[in-house]
Design a protein around this ligand. Sequence first.
Ligand code: SAM
Length: 268
Amino acid sequence: MIMNRETIKEIMSSEGILPQSRFGQNFLCDENIINSIVSLCEIKREDHVIEIGPGLGSITFPISELTDNFTCYEIDHGLAGYLKANVKNAGIVDADFLKVISDDADTVDVVVSNIPYYVMTDIMKKLFGEYSNARKMVFMVEEEAIARIDCSPKTKQYGPLSILGSLYGDYRYELTVPHTAFVPQPNTTSAVISFTRKDSADVLCPEFVKFLNSCFSQRRKMLRKNISSYASSDEISKAFESLGISENARAEELPPDMFAALFKSIPK
Ligand code: SAM
């Protein structure tokens, strides 16, 4: 099914669906952008693909034709029910993705999401922590949120999210998406971005995400204070010395690969 403004409005009216702003529901209705997102995913027939927040299926329908191993997580029961009845070749999981405990996360090859903006950071952190074996991740995000994803050390925005993204893969800003590409139209401009996995993703795991959160728990404090629960003061000093980190360094001063090295070198 090809989703355009009329199709989406027809489905909403025949199914009695009202977009829920509390779930960040803005449905994509621009065929060119849908096609671009699907092609950026570079899906092969044998790929295990997941989508977070399929909504009314704008991206879901075309992807379901490209792979036989496709799972979608949708928090809204009404939308999940609609998709279960209408998407033939995908597993629809009626759940809050943030609460999902998946036993086959490491077999996922491709992740795609027009991310509900109110939970963007948490969803991306979960994906980078648990699904880091994936070859490709393609996201639609609010354009203004990109400052938190693509940023350098010593900036205000630098933190766990940008470090995880940078270690996971090669980042690309793919395209700008105007608010007119959605029903209902949001107030902001969006953007499609992609990450292609690189070797530094090997360090990523849920424990590493927790470690990064601790590193940045109090940005103005010295890093060694923020990670004091991980190792003794002597062990932290030893790790800092061997990695050339200054005793009074703050987390925001370290580049992403230094966090990977530090995580590997302190006892856990
Ligand atoms: N993918 C569709 C599209 O592009 O038209 C819908 C995108 S809409 C911006 C975000 C979707 O994520 C909504 O369908 C919403 O119900 C769903 N959602 C919000 N929070 C979620 C969560 N925690 N877990 C799973 N789905 C969620």
